[in-house]
Design a protein around this ligand. Sequence first.
Ligand code: SF4
Length: 189
Amino acid sequence: MTKRTLKDLSHHVSQCVECGLAESRTQVVFGSGNPNADYFFIGEGPGAKEDLEGEPFIGRSGKLLSRLIGEELKIDRSQCYIANVVKCRPPNNRNPKSIEISTCKPYLDEQIQLVNPVVIIPLGNFASRLLLNTKEGITNLRGERYSYKQHYLVPTFHPAAALRGNPDALKNMRLDFQLAYSIVSGNLK
Ligand code: SF4
């Protein structure tokens, strides 16, 4: 059987009603970016703006993410791939539930497999804990290089943490992005 493409998968997921988040979403926010990206970012879930426009990370967090990608990875964000742990907005921006995360995870895994990035960068607790299969928090997890399947994995803070005024978050995000850059540019393989 022919393997489905990212576009096929996106079309399939756009009609998904596998978990309760389908009831309150405006639309599925599948993910966006370069289908052959070296860097694959994973956030938590779509917010209100993303739910309306169908794109991940387009609010204030997205602006900060784009800026850090430009400054630390030396590329435009369109050259990365950006997705979320859950593809539909949790009502009132509540945390996604375990059952919603586990139901949606096969889509994330298939996205990763199809994009086949060098480095995965989970942003914040939800994405980092999911891929590292741990209950440990991002403050302790970040600053290290891990692996997920055949990919490197470099967890870091969610940009929202830096925007909330966590004084170390922005500084540590820069360090983690620099680690990811070193891996992709071949200095740390
Ligand atoms: S969050 Fe994921 S599993 Fe739930 S309805 Fe949306 S696409 Fe389907």
